[in-house]
Design a protein. Structure first.
Length: 621
């Protein structure tokens, strides 16, 4: 039994990170402290005036650990790293956690390539961005390809390398074919310089030159050529539209503002690069522990910038208590000075207010969407309960499916819909353990029995106060079970429920000869659903989702087994090299097709290993 009083009494008066755990040893909250003793002891004093979520968290704490650091700065870095690793349920976690895309130009190559990269590393290349969305960066890249005839292949092309035959892009004027010595290294790099000028907003000279060429072509009555220049000018104008100029005294800066109601916050961020707004992004934060707005912004900055490759020179926020520590942490990540500023007047204050207005508008749209989805969900569930004559509204629905190929890598999956919406956090995957071969009925019996037996065990633990109900993974039972199949699958489910003395209605989702959702089976009766548009769409969605989840899991197991079994047979290819090959090429087919130059350009692959790969696939055609 963990002695809280003893451990609190012996906490050091030093900076560090504290880690709260539940009765199962799972980490539920991670925080930093300037003085560990003062901060941690606050949780275990009177909770009378604490927010409800803090009370709920403290109730679930069965033990805590701490890590002493030399400074509060080190504690902040460690806190960010641990939150990223463990993703505790009571910490603020951004729903849209991703690396923003860059446009990468490999200026360290003789004939540079231009492509999209999710990571920014110190490899001698030039990076532009980050762009606020994948769509924005790919659209910009496609427009660049229309304007400039650059190569899109992944070949290693050297100025003094062998001459090869050009691809189709050369013949349709989309590439200058450096591989076939059709352009010099210096001329090609002039094209690359123009692309870099365009991406940094220095595009006036490019447009002037295109206009001159367009007018000249028109005077020579070469209207087809003039139209090409016109289209290139239009493409540059489109890139300009996505880089709205705001003011000359703006640098690489981010503007962050929030809007909160109740227990939900919308954080909005505008990205300003080279004095231009290149886009914006928003995040809905629901797990805010009733923090005040300054604490929310503090947490948002830590969460957002610990997961993005680019950190701007300045970050503007409407309010923040302490900025010194965050500035020090961000400066260390950027390897240059970063300022967190609170503008009081002027253009930057106006832009920050505009970000706040956008945050409020996004929040209201999110709220309307929630209300609409809730109404639609309740409506379709009511229709479903009437159609099959259920006693209660099926608020929680669980659907099950089996996937295998001739009994190999057999798996089962469970998807959950609550209020008519998928609840991804409750999805579960099962490897079939007791069944040999392709016996779908017995496989289904196994996963259902495991799921509901585990649920009964968890309920008993909760009733005996040995487990908190929030930590049960199977303790919540559904109001309706949907089986991917007909009467056979339904009867298997009913047999399992009867053996465990559980009463839950079970329906089968039946497909027609074209593998389209057709009807429901309930109480040995087939109920046609195609005439009811909303129910048909809802059941089809569930059936497609459980099938997709099962197929994805099955393929992941199969691909892992097949990929590793093939690569393990290649001499001189160990675990590290297998990992790098799969990381770069993605599949066995791509590795088979790879040329010697592509293989040795892969991390950890030397000439001996590359030759082994080529020899292996040549012998085993």
């Amino acid at each position: 039994m963990f002695d809280f009083q003893y451990h609190i009494k012996n906490l050091p008066e030093k900076p560090g990170v504290y880690i709260m755990k539940n009765s199962k040893g799972e980490i539920i909250y991670i925080g930093k402290a300037k003085i560990l003793k003062n901060r941690v002891s606050q949780y275990f004093r009177s909770q009378k005036n604490s927010p409800e979520k803090v009370k709920a968290m403290v109730k679930n704490i069965s033990e805590f650990e701490y890590i002493i650091t030399d400074s509060e700065m080190e504690a902040l870095i460690l806190e960010c790293n641990l939150i990223k690793k463990h993703r505790p349920r009571y910490n603020i976690l951004l729903k849209d956690d991703k690396h923003y895309p860059f446009i990468k130009i490999t200026i360290n190559e003789d004939f540079p390539r231009v492509f999209v990269s999710r990571m920014r590393v110190r490899d001698g290349a030039k990076y532009f961005g980050p762009y606020p969305s994948q769509g924005a960066v790919y659209e910009t890249l496609e427009l660049i390809k229309k304007i400039f005839p650059i190569r899109t292949c992944r070949r290693v092309i050297k100025e003094d390398g062998p001459e090869t035959r050009p691809c189709l892009n050369y013949y349709i004027n989309l590439c200058k074919a450096p591989c076939a010595k059709k352009i010099s290294k210096e001329d090609y790099k002039e094209i690359i310089k123009s692309i870099m000028d365009l991406l940094t907003g220095k595009d006036n000279n490019i447009i002037k030159e295109l206009e001159i060429n367009m007018n000249k072509a028109a005077e020579e009555l070469d209207f087809e050529k003039a139209a090409e220049f016109r289209d290139k000018i239009a493409a540059i104008e489109k890139i300009r539209e996505s880089q709205k100029i705001i003011l000359s005294n703006f640098d690489n800066e981010d503007f962050i503002n929030i809007y909160s109601e109740g227990n939900i916050t919308c954080a909005q961020i505008f990205f300003v690069r080279e004095g231009k707004i290149i886009g914006n992004e928003h995040f809905i934060i629901e797990n805010i522990l009733e923090l005040d707005e300054e604490e929310i912004i503090d947490n948002f900055i830590k969460e957002f910038y610990s997961g993005t490759a680019f950190i701007p020179k300045n970050i503007y926020v409407p309010f923040l208590k302490e900025t010194d520590l965050l500035e020090e942490w961000l400066s260390a990540k950027r390897k240059a000075k970063v300022g967190i500023k609170i503008p009081q007047m002027g253009d930057k204050k106006k832009l920050l207010n505009m970000v706040g207005i956008n945050a409020k508008n996004t929040f209201n749209n999110f709220k309307l969407k929630l209300l609409k989805e809730k109404h639609q969900g309740e409506s379709v569930l009511l229709e479903l309960s009437k159609l099959v004559n259920l006693e209660n509204l099926p608020e929680r629905i669980e659907a099950y499916d089996i996937s295998n190929i001739q009994g190999v890598d057999s798996v089962g999956t469970m998807v959950v819909f609550e209020g008519g919406k998928p609840k991804n956090s409750d999805y579960r995957r099962f490897k079939i353990k007791s069944v040999k071969g392709a016996d779908d009925y017995q496989s289904m019996y196994e996963i259902l029995h495991r799921r509901f037996k585990r649920g009964i065990d968890e309920i008993n633990l909760i009733q005996n106060k040995e487990l908190d109900f929030t930590n049960g993974k199977f303790s919540v039972f559904p109001d309706l079970i949907l089986m991917d199949g007909g009467k056979g699958q339904v009867n298997i489910a009913l047999e399992v429920l009867k053996s465990l003395n559980i009463s839950i209605p079970v329906c089968g989702m039946v497909k027609d000869d074209k593998h389209k959702t057709k009807a429901l089976v309930y109480n040995n009766r087939e109920i046609e659903i195609k005439s009811n548009k909303e129910i048909y769409k809802f059941i089809t969605r569930i059936q497609d989702e459980v099938h997709r989840f099962a197929i994805t899991y099955h393929r992941s197991l199969r691909d892992k087994r097949v990929l590793h079994s093939v690569l393990e047979d290649i001499p001189n290819i160990g675990a590290v090299r297998r990992k790098e090959l799969l990381k770069k090429f993605g599949s066995i087919d791509n590795i088979k097709k790879a040329k010697f130059e592509e293989l040795i350009a892969t991390e950890s692959i030397n000439e001996v290993a590359a030759k082994s790969i080529l020899d292996f696939f040549h012998k085993n055609k």
